[in-house]
Design a protein around this ligand. Structure first.
Ligand code: GLY
Ligand code: MN
Ligand code: MN
Length: 454
């Protein structure tokens, strides 16, 4: 506890310049190699769309965020942009971005548009065209491709648009043009490679976790009876933004008292009271990458005995889960360790009654109090892509987030009611175990109390 010092202003530098460009080029090369393997060395094209801006009301738009796969393979974040990664049978890669034209009168209202020259230079593509020319230029690429790799999980305009291009090519059949013969799921390829983070991604995610840790510590300092959940949401956002994060990775959960038992409660008007717990699940997005941290603490700064009993069970469950997280194990191993620890704790407190620990686990008695999994992949998406069947390996980033939630119920002693506790950290799997990216923000009750009360 004596060693605890907040780490304000000790953030590592992130350089999104040339290093990032190298990562993006490597990713496209890897994608092309995998496309050739899967298609049996046939000429193939992968098609990605950044997305359209969405209207919030009338002429006001929601803030735009490019689709994660597009961002991953291009590094480019403007709306209305398309990326084509074409590879011929001998493995030569031709990448093309279609993007908005630079129009001065539009830039005056909406800000800088990269334009074709800058896109080509900055994102390393061979061809860079205005998006107005998409429909005329694209048919040549489709005609040259026997196989198309498109996202299967996309419900926007992408698949409809691709179909319309295929129909156009079909129409040329009598003049000797062949339409593509096979369609493959692009998501399976991007999922695989997004699951293992490269050094740029790791550095960015370390920094995102550091910024979120600072934000959690700021919220702890501002937390007191009489302030609202929304006030603390604002303090989190304040720290995210002044430390350079562009956005939240997901709407911040600031849950007080009974709200701690609502897993995804959104910060609202409720005023905090002494004696209650506060659960904050919040993380920033930095250069597209998410962080996802939860801390639960007493609004007064001091845990009651019963709150601390439950808290220590969750903390022990998290420690056991983290202990298990290393290369070679399945992601369900940390979960099983957390479930065992939580079930043992609930039995000891008499909250569940079973003949034995094994029996309680087998019958899932814990599920009433612990109804979610212990972790998920983290990356460009907060619930990131990737198989949950693969064993953990170095470069994967995941959360470890056990919890216990006790909603009021007649069969439970009243002093347990409305205690909802989750502790969530972000970890990077390393060759020998794991690195906790979010360890700057205290989870030890004494350290929390020191931070809140001095
Ligand atoms: N913040 C959502 C989650 O922890 O999964
Ligand atoms: Mn999470
Ligand atoms: Mn979370």
């Amino acid at each position: 506890m004596n060693n605890f010092k907040p780490t304000i202003n000790q953030l590592p530098e992130v350089n999104p310049g040339p290093r990032h460009l190298n990562s993006v080029l490597e990713r496209r090369k890897l994608l092309a190699r995998r496309m050739l393997q899967i298609s049996g060395e046939r000429p193939s094209v992968a098609i990605l769309f950044s997305g359209n801006e969405q209207i919030r009301n009338k002429d006001v738009l929601f803030p735009f965020r490019a689709s994660s796969d597009f961002l991953y393979l291009s590094g480019f974040s403007e709306p209305e942009a398309w990326l084509f990664v074409y590879v011929n049978a001998s493995g030569t890669l031709t990448d093309t971005i279609f993007s908005r034209k630079k129009i001065k009168s539009k830039e005056i209202w909406e800000g800088i548009i990269a334009g074709q020259l800058l896109v080509k230079e900055k994102y390393g593509v061979k061809n860079s065209f205005p998006v107005d020319e998409l429909n005329s230029e694209v048919l040549e690429i489709i005609e040259a491709s026997e196989c198309i790799f498109a996202p299967f999980n996309d419900f926007s305009v992408v698949n409809k648009t691709i179909n319309s291009w295929i129909l156009e090519v079909e129409k040329k059949k009598r003049s000797g043009v062949d339409a593509p013969k096979a369609l493959f799921n692009l998501n399976l390829l991007t999922e695989d490679s997004r699951q293992i983070k490269d050094s740029y991604e790791i550095q960015t995610m370390r920094q995102a976790a550091k910024i979120s840790s600072l934000a959690h510590m700021r919220a702890m300092k501002f937390c007191k009876a009489g302030v609202s959940e929304s006030h603390l949401e604002a303090e989190l956002l304040h720290e995210f933004k002044i430390q350079g994060a562009q956005d939240v990775a997901y709407p911040s959960i600031v849950a007080s008292g009974p709200h701690t038992c609502i897993l995804h409660h959104r910060a609202g008007k409720r005023i905090l009271n002494d004696g209650e717990l506060l659960l904050i699940d919040a993380g920033c997005e930095l250069n597209g990458y998410a962080s996802d941290i939860t801390r639960t603490f007493p609004i007064s700064g001091r845990f009651s005995a019963v709150q601390r009993d439950i808290y220590e069970i969750v903390r022990a469950a998290q420690a056991e889960a983290i202990e298990k997280a290393k290369p070679g194990v399945n992601i369900s191993d940390p979960h099983d360790a957390a479930v065992r620890c939580i079930t043992r704790g609930l039995l000891d407190l008499g909250l569940i009654k079973s003949a034995s620990l094994e029996d309680a686990i087998q019958k899932k008695d814990y599920f009433r109090f612990y109804m979610h999994r212990t972790g998920h992949w983290l990356g460009l998406d907060v619930h990131d892509v990737g198989s949950y069947k693969k064993p953990l390996s170095a470069g994967m980033v995941m959360t470890v987030e056990p919890g216990i939630y006790i909603s009021p119920a007649e069969d439970l002693p009243e002093h347990f009611w409305n205690i909802g506790i989750r502790i969530e950290d972000d970890i990077l799997i390393t060759e020998s175990g794991c690195e906790i990216l979010s360890e700057d923000v205290p989870a030890n009750p004494d350290e929390i109390q020191y931070l809140m009360c001095g």
